[in-house]
Design a protein around this ligand. Structure first.
Ligand code: MG
Length: 373
């Protein structure tokens, strides 16, 4: 028996990696559904290779046998022939599919961390209600899951998320402020989509991951720490109550966390993953986060601690500011400034309904655009 997998965002960075993994394990998994945003040609190539029963193109024309419109995400995620949903949709657009899949009792291999950041409590509630399960695809959270699996939750003392620090981790503050799009997209260790690559350069990504860890592993914010580790070899540390520390290591490659999210808690032999070599990995170094140079990090953690709809506003303001930076409308250093102005003005409410989350998201997007006008 093969397990049906839906890949949402199949032409993106996570989606294409997931299909490479799934292509190596056709005896175990079957691609039952594929959805993409607008890359029709690439989606056609994937459909020819995997023959999914369901195909959705969010920004497409109906009538080609493929579904169109954003509803296709929820449709794909809740199909009876789907057991695992790989959610690689970028940004807020992936939230409803995650909620629907969890309510339908599916495993969600979640690369869309924005989903948990915007609506962590709703996502947890949907999983409880429907019996679904969230398994993180983010390399740091996969590392933590791999370290804690087999241990009682009460044995966990704290986690230390590693951050590459992005391309500017050693730059002067003034130079960081003026960084260009090309410089921000030149990530030293990871090849990823544009939005997350900019988030890695501002360290907003690490703040999103702190909030993600809080919800995924039921940790207080005091239990989640961050250290800069430029080589991206150690994907995170876990400290237990006895002081013992475990870490998960490997060369940076998203295929391994994707494979683990599909098989957790089992492991599947895979000859497509590059084997580790400690000598080739070279010296491993660690530095504190320079919070003064990367204010988006502290702002995001502050939003997490505030709770309610504050993380949704942080995420929305960040998305809008990053898009403006990529379009050349604002300098790199302005991204964090926009986030700060939005968060300072936000009327925070409980994040207890999809409406409340969407309202905070829409308010923060509007406010961010007004500031940049
Ligand atoms: Mg990560």
């Amino acid at each position: 028996m093969t397990i049906g997998v839906a890949v949402l965002g199949s032409t993106g960075s996570i989606g294409t990696s997931a299909l490479k993994v799934l292509g190596r394990h056709r005896d175990r998994f079957r691609v039952a559904a594929l959805t993409a945003f607008g890359q029709r040609d690439e989606l056609e190539v994937q459909v020819a290779a995997f023959h999914p029963e369901f195909v959705g193109l969010v920004n497409g024309e109906p009538g080609s046998g493929w579904r169109a419109g954003s509803e296709c995400l929820v449709e794909a995620a809740t199909r009876p022939d789907v057991g695992i949903v790989v959610n690689g949709v970028v940004g807020a657009a992936g939230l409803e599919a995650t909620l629907a899949a969890l309510r339908a009792g599916k495993r969600v291999a979640l690369a869309n961390k924005e989903t948990l950041v915007m609506a962590g409590e709703l996502v947890q509630g949907a999983a409880r209600q429907g019996g679904g399960e969230i398994v993180a695809v983010d390399s740091e959270h996969s590392a933590i899951l791999q370290c804690v699996t087999g241990h009682r939750a009460s044995a966990l003392a704290r986690i230390i998320l590693t951050a590459s620090g992005g391309p500017f981790h050693a730059w002067e503050a003034e130079r960081v402020h003026r960084a260009t799009v090309a410089e921000a997209l030149n990530h030293p260790t990871w090849r990823m989509g544009r939005k997350i690559t900019v988030d890695s350069a501002t360290l907003a990504n690490k703040a999103l991951e702190v909030i993600e860890a809080h919800f995924l592993f039921d940790l207080a914010y005091e239990q989640v720490e961050v250290v800069v580790h430029p080589q991206s070899i150690i994907h995170s540390f876990v400290e237990f109550v006895d002081g013992s520390v475990l870490a998960q290591l490997g060369f940076p490659n998203m295929e391994l966390p994707i494979l683990y999210a599909l098989t957790h808690p089992e492991r599947l032999a895979d000859d497509g993953v590059v084997r580790f070599d400690p000598v080739a990995a070279g010296p491993l170094t660690f530095e504190p986060v320079r919070r003064d140079v990367f204010p988006a990090f502290a702002l995001g953690v502050r939003a997490g601690r505030t709770g309610g709809t504050a993380p949704a506003a942080f995420n929305a303001a960040n998305e809008v500011a990053v898009a403006a930076f990529l379009e050349g409308r604002i300098p790199f250093g302005r991204i964090a400034e926009v986030i700060e102005v939005v968060l300072d003005a936000q009327p925070v409410a409980p994040a207890d309904s999809l409406e409340a989350v969407h309202a905070a998201d829409a308010w923060a997007r509007r406010r961010a655009e007004e500031i940049m006008w």
